[in-house]
Ligand binder design. Sequence first.
Ligand code: S3P
Length: 162
Amino acid sequence: MPIVLIGPPAAGKSSVGRKLAKRLRVDFLDTDRIIVAAHGPIADIFREHGEPRFRAIERETVARALEGDAVVSLGGGAVLHPDTRDDLAAIPVVLLTVSREAVQSRIGGSKRPLVQGIDSWQELVDSRADLYASLASVTFDTSDRPISHIVADIADWAEERA
Ligand code: S3P
């Protein structure tokens, strides 16, 4: 069964996921990266084809990524798709949260089409917070602890529930 990381942009899903997979000795899949490798930059997909097309590509990518036993980091908006929400109901889901203060230094020069600055990040988080929480098996905050500690906590959690 996969372990899935969800949460808002810049919560650390990719960095934590990569290290967690190493620690658990399983594959790591990052749906944004898979999409970029197959279709080019996400900002270009949004600009040339629109968000609905991106979400459709994302849904296909997520469905495939969830088939194996990997650690899977999802793009922040992947949970907007109802089929992905259905999939996540049956598997361990780790929500990563982060404070507005901590994220401020992480989103400079962001290539994310839906995050043009801290206010748009905050709006996006506010609109999705309940959704993220409803899907989470467990939540870890990444605002002010070293990644290695967060990874260790998630790995302990995963090993306990295995
Ligand atoms: C999005 C988050 C991005 C990326 C796309 C849309 C979102 O991923 O999938 O720009 O809707 O929150 P990250 O969460 O990895 O930034």
